[in-house]
Ligand binder design. Structure first.
Ligand SMILES: NC(=O)NCCC(=O)O
Ligand SMILES: [Zn+2]
Ligand SMILES: [Zn+2]
Length: 486
């Protein structure tokens, strides 16, 4: 049955205008005034925005001796309730393990559970001929991004030579490397030192990961990408040092992207000083929350365009799981949730006070990442022919964030008590209502589909051309006719 979203104001990354949206099947069929269909969705007083894309989440992630608690069903339900219609997880092989085996594990946990569309980035957790070969197969299957951890020594961390090899392979395949930028050796050394000094509480997690270790690693990853001839995307940029590295590289013409998280934009390092061990441990994530000055820098980067995407790194652990690190902060599972609150907190703290425009809000929550990942305009756009992934966004539907009312499976919310001024009235995924405020939408588990992404974005194609044109070239010398004695 055709549907029309009526009476709303469309906000796109490039303009805002009043129009109705006609949906036929899974696609947007027409945009204009006075449209009619069998079913009407009332958007009076609301904005009509592309469904959010969260490019950084971890469902049932095997990590630090446990698994993150959210699964593809609870996670995608949470996403839909917050206006997000696509999530991108990370498929993680065991260290040096097979990417294709990990692929099967991720299919098993996602395919019959997701209620909105999903995809994953493939993680590079070592280097071998098998990994080199498997990367091509992964790209053929529709994944054009490879993630590298410069932290988590002894677990997921890769070294510079492995990153250079993998980035070079990404350049050949037209893929984009992603990087968790923290100097893992220094973090491990600082962890040991702090523990030896008796500094074993959750606040020491932040002490062991100062901004400098993130900035150094970001600079290193950017240099390696330049040497390998590929663009690079730095995940969870939390501080000015990493932002500065990205900004500087972009000014020089390098294709570098930066992704701050909603949590880093709103919450700060004082959370770790809380007298409640649970409160502080629940907020342990890497990189940790920073000072207000770093937050100001991240907001400025979103306004200026030196940072392009806001994600959440949704990696939810229960309080009980966090308590695995009681007495030893290095054993607190790293990660925080935020998937269902990303749009609301970004609107409230970004659009409301005038830090970013509504159009920039749409750009950083869907359109920019759709372009970076070669999903645009199928996703991230209100456009004829695009998937009808749409959020009817109510700028007057305020609420106070609370674990008591959240969709996420865990028992707390790092944004507990935060008052947000806007929420999703209704969320559609490929034309189906998967969330509606006050109603009881029951999307079928498994209706969400795996979204394939082609390699060779315009950016990676241009960069490959430029790198070829400017590659070092051998000087041809006429050695046979050189004068004697030279
Ligand atoms: N960020 C975090 O603390 N946990 C999730 C894994 C990662 O992205 O580093
Ligand atoms: Zn990370
Ligand atoms: Zn992550």
């Amino acid at each position: 049955m055709a549907k029309v979203i009526k009476g709303g104001t469309i906000v796109a990354a490039d303009r805002t205008y009043k129009a109705d949206v006609l949906i036929e099947g899974e696609k947007i069929a027409e945009i204009g005034e006075g449209l009619k269909a069998e079913e009407t969705i009332d958007a009076e007083g609301c904005y009509v925005i592309p469904g959010g894309i969260d490019p950084h989440v971890h469902m049932e992630m095997p990590f630090m001796g446990t698994f993150s608690a959210e699964n593809f069903h609870s996670g995608t339900m949470a996403a839909a309730s917050g206006g997000t219609t696509t999530i991108i997880d990370f498929c993680i092989p065991a260290p040096d393990g097979s990417m294709l085996e990990a692929w099967d594990q991720w299919v098993a946990k996602s395919h019959d559970r997701a209620v909105v569309d999903y995809a994953w980035h493939m993680c590079v957790t070592g280097w071998s001929e098998r990994i080199f070969d498997e990367m091509q197969e992964v790209v053929k299957r529709g994944v054009n991004t490879f993630k590298h951890f410069m932290a988590y020594k002894g677990a997921l961390m890769v070294d510079d030579d492995e990153m250079f090899a993998s980035f070079s392979r990404c350049a050949q395949l037209g893929a984009l490397p992603l990087v968790h930028a923290e100097n893992g050796d220094i973090v491990a050394a600082l962890q040991q030192k702090l523990m030896a000094e008796g500094n074993n509480g959750p606040e020491a997690h932040a002490y062991s990961r100062p901004p400098e270790v993130e900035g150094e690693a970001a600079n290193r990853a950017i240099m390696i990408a330049d040497a390998a001839g590929c663009p690079v995307y730095i995940v969870h940029v939390s501080c000015e040092q990493a932002h500065e590295a990205i900004r500087r590289a972009r000014q020089k013409g390098q294709r570098v992207y930066g992704e701050p998280l909603a949590q880093h934009l709103i919450l700060d390092e004082s959370e770790y000083q809380n007298k409640s061990w649970d409160h502080a441990a629940q907020r342990v994530m890497s990189p940790p929350f920073r000072s207000k000055a770093h937050q100001d820098g991240l907001w400025a980067g979103l306004a200026a365009g030196s940072l392009q995407v806001v994600a959440t790194d949704h990696c939810a652990f229960t309080t009980e799981q966090k308590r695995m690190g009681m007495g030893d902060f290095t054993k607190i599972p790293n990660g925080t949730a935020g998937l269902e609150d990303r749009l609301s907190v970004l609107w409230t703290y970004g659009v409301e006070p005038g830090r970013i425009t509504m159009e920039e809000f749409v750009a950083v929550t869907s359109t920019n990442i759709a372009r970076i990942l070669n999903l645009y305009p199928r996703k991230g756009a209100i456009m004829v022919g695009a998937d009808a992934d749409i959020c009817v966004w109510d700028p007057k539907a305020a609420k106070t964030i609370s674990a008591a009312t959240q969709k996420s499976i865990i028992d707390y919310n790092v944004f507990e008590g935060v008052k947000v001024s806007a929420t999703a009235r209704c969320t559609l995924s490929r034309g189906e209502v998967v969330w509606s405020a006050g109603a009881n939408a029951q999307p079928a588990p498994g209706r969400g589909r795996f979204v394939k992404r082609e390699p060779f974005t315009p950016v990676s194609t241009s960069l490959a051309k430029w790198k070829e044109l400017t590659a070092p070239r051998k000087v041809i010398r006429d050695i046979a006719n050189m004068p004697a004695g030279v």
